[in-house]
Design a binder for this molecule. Structure first.
Ligand SMILES: Nc1ncnc2c1ncn2[C@@H]1O[C@H](COP(=O)(O)OP(=O)(O)OP(=O)(O)O)[C@@H](O)[C@H]1O
Length: 316
């Protein structure tokens, strides 16, 4: 579909061996706030990584460090083996940050042309407009774009330099479901060009859909670092759902290891880390149990369990 004029053919070994980004024992404080603490990871070229975490986890700080917009208080950050502020590294980056200010009195075409001029090997204008789905808006003034269209423009400006690594800080916040899915398609197409992608998100579905790997940050530390499927498997919780022909005795679940217990009429759903214990109790009580299903925890449940374990370990 899309072609990249400057995209070099790379062998599998090259793609997997050369890290695009490296953080080595990185900490960053703002006064007394430790936004990141002893964070280390490497992102190989061609990988799509989601930095996931609750508010204040340190996601934006991490992106700022990788882009050279901030400096670490401790440790080292490298972008393509260079200081992230080095022009050679920066010219290979595209970014869509939370606060992207652009002049409102230019047309879409004019501003993309301006941004293309900053890069040594920009993508053709027509391709940028097509990738961002802005062909029909080329002559529209930026100030007249809707929120969703403006988000597409930010995407266009971020990719127009044909970056090797693309940083996105909460790119779909505020978009409706349709616009979000459209954006995911655009990003997937961009990924197929072999690009490295680092995105922060609050949307677990977004991380699950787009990322090869999720780095879960919480209170400035890496809490988990794994592919989405493995992250879900790390979590011992299972969801049990079933129907009862008559209500279970009062207090039935009080002594059982269950959480997120929901009872709606005859339908019961719960989470448990001890599947056998709960099943034994259910199957030995006198009432009839039907439509029993047992499923793996969703990514959302995994996320909650992992972050809860962290705050409990801290006594929080
Ligand atoms: N410029 C700053 N000055 C002071 N404190 C800051 C600054 N930037 C970030 N922080 C603090 O560092 C911590 C991490 O913030 P950061 O923005 O990186 O988190 P985040 O995971 O991106 O959060 P969100 O999902 O809400 O955007 C927070 O406690 C935040 O208040």
């Amino acid at each position: 579909m899309f072609t990249s004029a400057t995209h070099r053919a790379q062998t599998v070994e090259e793609v997997s061996q050369r890290p695009a980004i490296e953080l080595e024992d990185v900490s960053r404080s703002f006064g007394t706030v430790e936004a990141l603490q002893h964070v280390s990871f490497a992102i190989p070229e061609g990988q799509a990584v989601a930095l996931l975490g609750p508010n204040g986890a340190g996601k934006t700080t991490a992106i700022g460090l990788m882009l050279g917009l901030r400096r670490p208080s401790h440790g080292q950050v490298r972008l393509f083996g260079l200081d992230p502020r080095d022009r050679r590294a920066r010219s290979r980056c595209g970014c869509m940050l939370q606060e992207s200010g652009v002049p409102l009195n230019l047309t879409v075409r004019e501003i993309i042309t301006l941004f293309r001029s900053y890069y040594p090997h920009p993508l053709p204008l027509a391709q940028v407009l097509e990738m961002a789905g802005l062909q029909k808006k080329a002559m529209t003034h930026v100030g007249s774009l809707s929120g969703g269209q403006r988000q597409r423009l930010y995407f266009a400006l971020a990719i127009c330099g044909d970056p090797d690594v693309f940083f996105l800080d909460e790119p779909t916040t505020g978009l409706d479901v349709e616009a979000r899915r459209h954006f995911w398609e655009q990003l997937r197409a961009f990924r197929q060009l072999g690009k490295t992608i680092v995105l922060t998100t609050h949307y677990l579905e977004e991380a699950d859909t787009l990322a090869d790997r999720i780095i879960l940050l919480d209170h400035g530390r890496v809490r988990a670092d794994a592919p989405p499927a493995l992250l879900k498997a790390q979590v011992t919780n299972r969801r049990i759902a079933f129907e009862v022909n008559e209500p279970l005795p009062a207090g039935f679940f009080d002594q059982l290891p269950v959480s997120q217990l929901e009872i709606q009429g005859h339908r019961v759903s719960l989470l448990t880390p001890q599947l056998e214990t709960v099943l034994r109790a259910l199957l030995t009580q006198p009432g009839e149990i039907t439509n029993l299903t047992i499923t793996e925890a969703s990514l959302e449940e995994a996320f909650l369990q992992l972050t809860r374990a962290e705050s409990e370990a801290k006594g929080g």
